[in-house]
Design a protein around this ligand. Structure first.
Ligand SMILES: [Zn+2]
Length: 90
């Protein structure tokens, strides 16, 4: 029983370490601004945005963001962006 608790504890620590490592890789380090708005920025990055072409909700951090006609649109893929541009010529 004691060993089980130890294993769970170790796995939890490993999980947090891996998560931190993963975040380090995905979030580019911007000098100076890190401390001020990192939490806010992270929340914004986790925001789900609807693709106007296929209506899939995409997290902002992986979405393809393009400004078309002064408005910001988020697409799930380059394909959708091309389709949107074809349908909405500026
Ligand atoms: Zn799409």
């Amino acid at each position: 029983m004691y060993r089980l608790i130890l294993v769970v504890l170790l796995l939890t620590i490993l999980y947090f370490l891996l998560r931190q490592m993963f975040r380090g890789f995905t979030t580019p380090i911007r000098g100076g601004r890190e401390k001020s708005g990192s939490q806010l920025q992270e929340e914004e990055q986790d925001q789900m945005i609807e693709d106007p072409v296929c209506h899939i909700f995409v997290p902002k951090r992986i979405a393809l963001i393009e400004v078309i006609g002064g408005r910001e649109y988020c697409f799930c893929s380059q394909e959708c962006s091309v389709k949107f541009r074809a349908e909405h010529p500026v």
